[in-house]
Design a binder for this molecule. Structure first.
Ligand SMILES: *Cc1c(COP(=O)(O)O)cnc(C)c1O
Length: 342
């Protein structure tokens, strides 16, 4: 079979989604499936929907279009605040977008009005990640301006945790998000459909004993795809961590020594195996190699692993486990084949 390739087990993705949906439902929390790490791969997106995700979210228009072309008709959320230069495209393919800038929201509204449509706006609040989000102090004011703008409807508010920073959401931050939601509802006279607490980093909080308050949604990518929570990288009980396997082919496996130096004959020399995969394909620092193999380094097209005494056949294959960063890049790599296992 062709290598390198990534094998995708849809059953495991479906299971992971369903497991999280069923654990969160009693707490009044819905799941949005986040497809950005898999470039909007339609079969994976469908597996998330089959598992009970109520809608899908991505950060790029091209990915959303790919899912639409494959016939996925569910509500789509644009996670990344839209570029001003793309507002009409956003309006065409997403029901809702996450926003922080009134100038962009006004253009989204104008584009929606030209089509006699209404675009949903979820406002992002800064709660410690320091990426996208307006300060809590400025939120109610922005919400009140959105609430009276024709062409858009204020669908909700949301926060990010552990996207840029590594800060896990605290119970205090979640309580603050709840009270901001209630403040907007009373001051702007609107009902917020969605109060989205965050992503996979919120699961320890959401599955814990704390009351969810007004938080009624999480946007989950990493937990569904890889079965881990992002802050510490710990596996989540009940989830598969091996829905994806990256497979690379060995092109050389030889004993290596520094030929410029005399070596002690009694010291066993290491075997270095070279895999035909490199930095152009994925983030090799995020790969877990099989036991007994240590990652030495990678160049654009080669990856070197070392072992003591384990010499591999050229032409044999090695299974690699990916983290989020290596998954994302592997799924976007032109030279990595994708094999679906239903
Ligand atoms: C990527 C992203 C998510 C999903 O995060 P995971 O940690 O993969 O669950 C959620 N919300 C926003 C805004 C994102 O950019």
């Amino acid at each position: 079979m062709n290598a390198p390739r990534i094998e995708i087990n849809l059953d495991k993705i479906r299971h992971n989604t369903r497991y999280l949906v069923e654990r969160l439902a009693p707490r009044g929390i819905t799941v949005t499936g986040v497809t950005k790490a898999v470039c909007g791969h339609p079969a994976i997106a469908k597996a998330m929907l089959d598992g009970g995700a109520i809608d899908l979210a991505d950060a790029r228009i091209a990915n959303v279009k790919r899912m639409r072309r494959a016939g996925i008709g569910c509500p789509m959320l644009m996670l990344r605040p839209p570029m001003l230069s793309q507002v009409s495209l956003i309006d065409e393919c997403c029901e809702i977008s996450f926003n922080t800038e009134f100038g962009v929201i006004a253009e989204l509204a104008a584009a929606a009005q030209r089509k006699n449509a209404v675009h949903g706006i979820t406002l992002m609040v800064e709660m410690g990640d320091m990426r996208d989000g307006v300060l809590p102090d400025d939120l109610v004011d922005l919400a009140s301006r959105v609430a009276i703008t024709p062409g858009v409807i204020l669908t909700g508010i949301g926060a990010n945790f552990a996207c840029l920073g590594h800060i896990a959401p605290s119970a205090g931050a979640m309580a603050q998000l709840s009270s901001l939601a209630m403040q907007i509802e009373s001051e702007c006279g609107v009902m917020l459909e969605t109060v989205s607490g965050g992503g996979s980093a919120n699961l320890p909080w959401a599955l814990g004993l704390e009351k969810p308050g007004r938080i009624n949604n999480l946007r989950l990518g990493e937990a569904i795809l890889l079965g881990v929570e992002p802050v510490f990288g710990n596996p989540i009980d009940g989830l598969y961590t091996d829905a994806f396997t990256l497979i690379a082919e060995v092109i050389e496996s030889n004993i290596k020594r520094d030929t410029a130096q005399q070596v002690e004959p009694s010291i066993p020399l290491p075997v270095r195996s070279i895999l035909a995969i490199g930095l152009q394909d994925t983030d090799l620092t995020g790969i877990e190699f099989p036991p007994d193999f240590t990652f030495i380094g990678a160049t654009s097209d080669h990856t070197v692993v070392e072992s003591i005494g384990c010499r591999l056949q050229a032409g044999s294959e090695m299974d690699l486990q990916v983290n989020y960063s290596s998954l994302m890049r592997a799924m976007n790599a032109r030279d990595i084949g994708q094999i679906i296992r239903a």
